[in-house]
Design a protein around this ligand. Structure first.
Ligand SMILES: Cc1ncc(COP(=O)(O)O)c(C=O)c1O
Length: 433
């Protein structure tokens, strides 16, 4: 897919114009920002009233509100079916099972994602296999996926990482070439629009999370979107202990669990939806502003996204940090940035293939017997993911979505803080020369 371009650096934007060296906050200087960033979640009296009404209704399960929310969310994404459930992890498990994935099968997932993308595969008895990501987007790389395909591959799960739509044209082509379904992990991509379409339109289904940190939340919750009627029927049944529409209460067709979304959570999601479009727009506007401004600073490269993505969900705002250009290790840069009042972090410390669960270190090895032969079925130390490893070790810098809910002028504090650190690094280098 095509990519946006970043703007060339200028001395002014880099903070390299002549003048005295500014003292950094860690050296006792004045921090760029002392005001707090917007909190998350955002709650008002209508939210409280919605939950309170649900409590007073006395109907705490049974699903009317969950059905209403699922349909609203599906309509928002222009997808036919929405099936609500109790987490993003269960959404992935249910969707994978509904595609027929099970024991003996392999599912290709990115090494750079939240662990649930892979754990959901393990929990249905299949084997996750890791592929690498693209260095400019941090999204799953179709070329790496193609190298990982075997005769046992039964699904590919690209994640729209941080809210940037993955290369779905590339994955659809791979899916068609090898007859493998594509399942979208859209846990970061609520409301995203690319080329006039949203998650659920590209893959056979898309899975969302409404866990506390997510761009739309009720504490814990999940949802599957699909345009496939047969997959939707399977998912509805699996969420609801194998029942089927029109079937009797004690009539069970599939090995489903009770994965239903509760009434109070659904009421809260319906209420939270009121402000979602404005929040989504604000995050993206602020993200675009940061892309343009931070992209002019030497040593900082905002992640690229498809130029056709008209709404980027910005669950995370991520830039690539070049420690050689700054002459500072990333950890030190982050300490300086945090002291200037910008709450940035490194994100994942290692790729998923390096987590103890997959590398075999730690608690996993202490379990009596081995409960997961499908975990042993794959040699994770052979999964080559050099881009992921580099990013985790020294490159990625994350800001969470709530920072992007601030006013447009607050974004300048982020730009000023990075520019200030960049300028002091340059001055220090010049003085040492
Ligand atoms: C990319 C990704 N996939 C899946 C999940 C799982 O969602 P949940 O925490 O609701 O189970 C998360 C989130 O936490 C996530 O970030």
């Amino acid at each position: 897919m095509s990519e946006t371009q970043t703007v060339a650096a200028t001395p002014q934007a880099n903070g390299l114009a002549a003048g005295p060296r500014e003292q950094l906050a860690v050296e006792g200087g004045t921090p760029v920002r002392t005001q707090p960033w917007p909190g998350w979640p955002v709650v008002d009296e209508e939210d409280v009233q919605a939950v309170s009404d649900a409590v007073r209704s006395g109907v705490w399960g049974g699903g009317e509100q969950a059905l209403a929310f699922a349909q609203r969310f599906a309509d928002l994404h222009g997808v036919r079916h929405g099936i609500a459930c109790n987490s993003g992890t269960t959404a992935l498990q249910i969707a994978l099972s509904s595609l027929g994935v099970g024991p003996g099968d392999e599912v290709i997932v990115p090494a750079y994602t939240f662990v649930a993308t892979a754990t959901s595969v393990l929990l249905i008895g299949a084997t996750p296999v890791f592929a690498d990501i693209e260095p400019n987007t941090y999204n799953l790389d179709p070329a790496s996926v193609e190298r990982a395909i075997t005769s046992r591959t039964r699904a590919i799960v690209p994640v729209h990482f941080g809210g940037a739509i993955a290369d779905m044209e590339g994955f659809r082509a791979l899916g068609e070439k090898y007859s493998i379904p594509i399942l979208e992990d859209a846990a970061h991509a609520h409301g995203a629009v690319c080329n006039g379409q949203s998650p659920g339109a590209w893959g056979v289904a898309a899975c969302f999370s409404f866990q506390s940190s997510k761009n739309l939340t009720c504490g814990e919750g999940g949802l599957i979107l699909t345009n496939d009627d047969a997959v939707a029927r399977q998912c509805r049944s699996r969420v609801n202990i194998g029942r089927v529409e029109g079937g009797a209460w004690y009539e069970h067709h599939l090995p489903g669990g009770n994965y239903r979304l509760g009434t109070m959570q659904a009421a809260l999601l319906l209420s939270q939806l009121r402000r979602f479009p404005e929040q989504a727009h604000r995050r993206d506007q602020n993200g675009r502003y940061l892309d343009a401004r931070l992209g002019t600073i030497e040593g900082i490269q905002p992640l690229r996204s498809d130029a056709r993505q008209t709404l980027h969900s910005r669950h995370l705002y991520i830039f690539r940090y070049d420690s050689d250009a700054f002459g500072l290790p990333r950890q030190r840069f982050l300490e300086l940035l945090q002291a200037e009042g910008v709450p940035a972090s490194t994100g994942y410390p290692v790729g998923l293939h390096q987590q103890p669960l997959y590398s075999g270190r730690g608690l996993r090895g202490q379990l009596p017997g081995h409960p997961m032969p499908h975990l042993l079925a794959h040699n994770y130390s052979a999964d080559a993911c050099p881009v992921t490893e580099h990013i985790c070790a020294s490159e990625a810098v994350w800001l969470t979505q709530n920072a992007l809910l601030a006013e447009a002028h607050d974004m300048d504090d982020i730009v000023r803080a990075v520019s200030k650190i960049r300028a002091t690094c340059n001055r220090d280098k010049q003085e040492q020369a």
